[in-house]
Design a protein around this ligand. Sequence first.
Ligand SMILES: Cc1cc2nc3c(=O)[nH]c(=O)nc-3n(C[C@H](O)[C@H](O)[C@H](O)COP(=O)(O)OP(=O)(O)OC[C@H]3O[C@@H](n4cnc5c(N)ncnc54)[C@H](O)[C@@H]3O)c2cc1C
Length: 375
Amino acid sequence: MSNALGLTRQADALPQSLAELLRESAVRTADKGQPDDEALEQLRRSGILAAAISAEHGGSGGDATVVNRIVEQLARVNPSAAIIAFQHFAVSMRIVEWGTPAQKALLLPALAAGDLLAASAWSELGVGAAKKKVNTTASRLPGAKWLLNGAKSFTTSAGIADVYLVLAQTSAVVDSESSYGSAGQSFFLVPAGNPGLVPERPLDLIGMRGSATGFVTLRDCELADHDRLGPEGHGSVIMAGVRETGATLGAVSVGIAQSLLDIAAVHIGKGDPARRLANRYRLADLATQVAAARALVAQAGRRASADPGLTTLHSKLFASAVAEHVGGEVGRMLGSAGFLADHELNRLVADARAISHMGPANDLCKELISASWSE
Ligand SMILES: Cc1cc2nc3c(=O)[nH]c(=O)nc-3n(C[C@H](O)[C@H](O)[C@H](O)COP(=O)(O)OP(=O)(O)OC[C@H]3O[C@@H](n4cnc5c(N)ncnc54)[C@H](O)[C@@H]3O)c2cc1C
């Protein structure tokens, strides 16, 4: 559907039927605060989840440009589905980068097919965005085994994922040099079927209410050494590599911002001529900012700048700020109608806020950017 301003609600990287289902699902899940099994099943079966994995491993891409474009288009119809897919793509990329041949052979084709959905369980209450020391521990057991204990918070796809990438402290070493993570940490791939992994019901969030974001407890969770992802103690190295891929949560923000523009574009023709003109100029300014955010996200995806990691951080910071700004401005443009609790605008505004909190949280992005100046 295209409107008089040439703004569009089309999500052309998605099959039309999936886009419609996800759009309806966004309304339902915002109401219930629970993930939508039917919509997620269709997402799994759509082939879209293969985007972060190259054809060599059963995927359809492996290119952050495509990943960012799909994430943006998912966010235009359903921001919760976009962050579920984003975490799936992120874990897929970590396995491509750090997986052993056996891990790649076992997991990547299933992740690409949507038979497995992946989640990232890094955060913990009270630990902080930089995750310099996490309270989840992984201790070695005889027979090349590990025992994990701890509690992860705000894990997107908790209870619906089939495999969790868990960050744990494997030694007391705290690396004071690193801005994000620490030398004493390692990553583990924990299957949902492991009896030591217990996801809880989704948290009652103000936004991203269909994202199944919740707690995951690790209680005497026994793993084999071959479930570790990457070398022992490589947690901070793996975390630092994330931004180098060019996949960015800024893409979610661009998708949300575009939907907000679309809402404003429908409204803009109403009212007296003077107000219509003022609103058109206001919307032109906002559309310019969204175009700039989209360009920065695309630049991050291409990894063609002098420092791709920095560009990824810039793109998240800028796009998330633009989406929040657009939400406020469109709210003012709509007048009191936009102040109704069940107006789509307010769901999107709450969804937009989530991105600045998600890892790396925006202030941590600023810390990482400024730290690069003194390197
Ligand atoms: C909807 C949603 C989905 C999420 N999904 C996931 C997920 O799938 N997996 C996962 O692991 N986590 C997830 N998170 C959690 C998110 O990654 C954390 O909230 C984030 O890392 C911030 O940590 P914190 O809440 O402990 O903030 P705090 O550390 O308490 O931060 C508070 C403020 O201080 C700033 N700050 C903290 N440390 C620094 C620093 N070193 N330098 C500069 N500023 C700093 C932060 O930017 C923030 O503004 C999700 C969060 C939300 C809201």
